[in-house]
Design a protein around this ligand. Sequence first.
Ligand SMILES: [Zn+2]
Length: 97
Amino acid sequence: MSSTPAVAASSEEVGADGVRQPGGEVHAWLPGQNQTVCGLPLSRTRLRRFPHVPFDYASTDVLTQADPVGFICPRCLAATEGRRRQEKNWVRHSPRP
Ligand SMILES: [Zn+2]
């Protein structure tokens, strides 16, 4: 799969630039699918989709009170971090010209 995970979140905030930003509980979501990476059905959990926001959170991210995001799903984090690590390894092992 080549598509980049986007964000699905339980609430949203509109930033100063008028663009919707995810808030509350955030999950990774692959555009075109009707569930999150960790398997939550979007329709039943009422998660909002943010196809314009890539899921680029890391487990080392620290959330502050000013941050609209209150919780990052650890299962989605693990899934997307493993994926990023694989991509890095692939680059490292690719043959040099
Ligand atoms: Zn999740």
